[in-house]
Design a protein. Sequence first.
Length: 222
Amino acid sequence: MNFAIKRHNNRPIDKMDIYIENSDKIHFITDKKVINVINQSSKNGIKAEKIEDINIIKTEEILHSNPFISKSNVYINLNGEINVTISQRIPIARVKTPKEEFYLDNEGNKFPLSLDFSFPCMLVGGDIQKNEYKDIAKLCKLISVDNLLKNHIIGIEKDKGNSYNFLLNIEGTYIEYGEIENNRQKLTNLKEFYKQYLDFIGFDAYKKISLKYENQIVATKR
């Protein structure tokens, strides 16, 4: 057994099989970056050439500490192949406050912008507080999965107190959303209002459309 283990550890690394989820559209993490981590985690800190050079625990620790990675797994199979699986964080909103700018993922977790890659997502601005992250993420997620809403709403701006406004792709018109609550009902009302009225009249006829009042929409003409 000891002989077999020693022979296995002395085997050269034949292959690195790296799988990065959503790598077709998200490029925070690349194969090259993963290979660099493996090499830096090796015994010599420069390059991993043999199986025994690989430090799996250290490699996973470095990968887990990366703010763009939500989950990772590293293992070596009997053929001497290194297998790495990585889940990248997916931005649902890009938040800009008076002090900083960052991404939020689907769960409302904050992580930094990347110097190498920018992901297109909902822009959110204003004096956003930490306790609002999850609610903002939920709202942005509802908008992002609806073709009608995501084609018209280009941003969310925090107003006074806990009130928010939707910024539209039509200049001079905005939607007063109010507090982030009753999201599904508010967005359903907006879609119905669009289908019954705005689809024929157009957003240009109104200066403001308010969803802040319960079970009703108040539209202010120009």
